[in-house]
Design a protein around this ligand. Structure first.
Ligand code: SAM
Ligand code: DTB
Ligand code: SF4
Length: 302
């Protein structure tokens, strides 16, 4: 599918998109890094891995008030989902105690909640669900065949196990990956096949374009042809027709025209707010202006 002429691929994606979604509505999620840096894992793309010298300083878990203030600000800007990210390999019971408090407080504001905390152990997903968590983000990142070239400190099956725990706890699954890491087109297709074959497919599928951060092993490689990125979005849309496909990391470096092509290809969610976890994201003003020019509305909470 990824090799179709671009016009044919976009037409298929648009057709599928319109069968399941309002093509002019895009969901807005805001990210907050609640615990930054110092991570024990070796993910080759990640500025938060302790072993790479990227200038990201390790900081402890943020206090509840600070998280709540950021959530209120996100809500005031128009975000409907608030996603809390922590640079953990796997949270400890004590970490879960604190994060569940945050989830409760954010959910009480009327925001949808999402957390991404690494691998979950027995009972963690259930506790998060009880606290009011709506989504758990845990990415497959890439195809199984390429995975070993990017991460060695946990394997593909570990990820699938966490995803199963999340699903069994009744949480919505947010699961996607990263492109632009030197993978082949067939490997991009392989990632999408893994995602689409999950039963059921993830409700939310973030497609990240690698943000190259100096000091990480993947910095300095050739960047992905932007049309290949658009093709990946279109194929995600076609293979996961009822999922939200999120145009995720990498938007800061994209032109307005490239982002518009991604929306045409079926992307219907973005990270909104001037910061991802440790790297910049487009300013909210720039996104609002782009939406106005394209006739896109932010999706209301549902
Ligand atoms: N530590 C937890 C984990 O790995 O599951 C949660 C946070 S982790 C930063 C969440 C996701 O961010 C990763 O799985 C990866 O897909 C994405 N990510 C991290 N660094 C990135 C980068 N430089 N460019 C694009 N995506 C990135
Ligand atoms: C996802 O798929 N992308 C987000 C979110 N899930 C947690 C993270 C992107 C991180 C980009 C690099 C950074 O800002 O540190
Ligand atoms: Fe740690 Fe997550 Fe970064 Fe991997 S992606 S190094 S697990 S913060």
């Amino acid at each position: 599918m990824l090799e179709l002429p671009l016009a044919d691929l976009l037409h298929r994606a648009q057709t599928v998109h319109r069968q399941h979604f309002d093509p002019n509505a895009v969901q807005l999620s805001t990210l907050l890094s609640i615990k930054t840096g110092g991570c024990a894992e070796d993910c080759g793309y990640c500025p938060q891995a302790a072993r790479y010298h990227t200038g990201v300083e390790a900081t402890p878990l943020l206090p509840l008030e600070q998280v709540l203030a950021a959530a209120k600000a996100a809500q005031a800007r128009g975000a409907t989902r608030f996603c809390m990210g922590a640079a953990w390999r796997s949270p400890k019971d004590r970490d879960i105690d604190q994060v569940t408090e945050m989830v409760r407080a954010v959910a009480d504001l009327g925001l949808e909640t999402c957390a991404t905390l690494g691998m979950l152990r027995d009972g963690h997903a259930e506790r998060l669900k009880d606290a009011g968590l709506d989504y758990y983000n845990h990415n497959l990142d890439t195809a199984p065949e390429f995975y070993g070239q990017v991460i060695t400190t946990r394997d593909y099956q570990d990820r699938l196990d966490t995803l199963e725990r999340v699903r069994n706890a009744g949480l919505n699954v947010c699961c996607g990956g990263i492109v632009g890491m030197g993978e082949s087109r067939a490997q991009r297709a392989g990632l999408l096949a893994q995602l689409a074959n999950m039963q059921p497919a993830p409700e939310s599928v973030p497609i990240n374009n690698l943000v190259q951060v100096e000091g990480t092993p993947l910095a300095g490689n050739a960047t992905l042809d932007p049309f290949e990125f658009v093709r990946t979005i279109a194929a995600a849309r076609i293979t996961m027709p009822t999922s939200f496909v999120r145009l995720s990391a990498g938007r800061e470096a994209m032109s307005d025209e490239l982002q518009a092509l991604c929306f045409l290809a079926g992307a219907n969610s973005i990270f909104y707010g001037d910061q991802l976890l440790t790297t910049p994201n487009p300013q909210a003003d720039r996104d609002r202006a782009l939406f106005d020019r394209l006739g896109i509305r932010p999706l209301e909470s549902h």
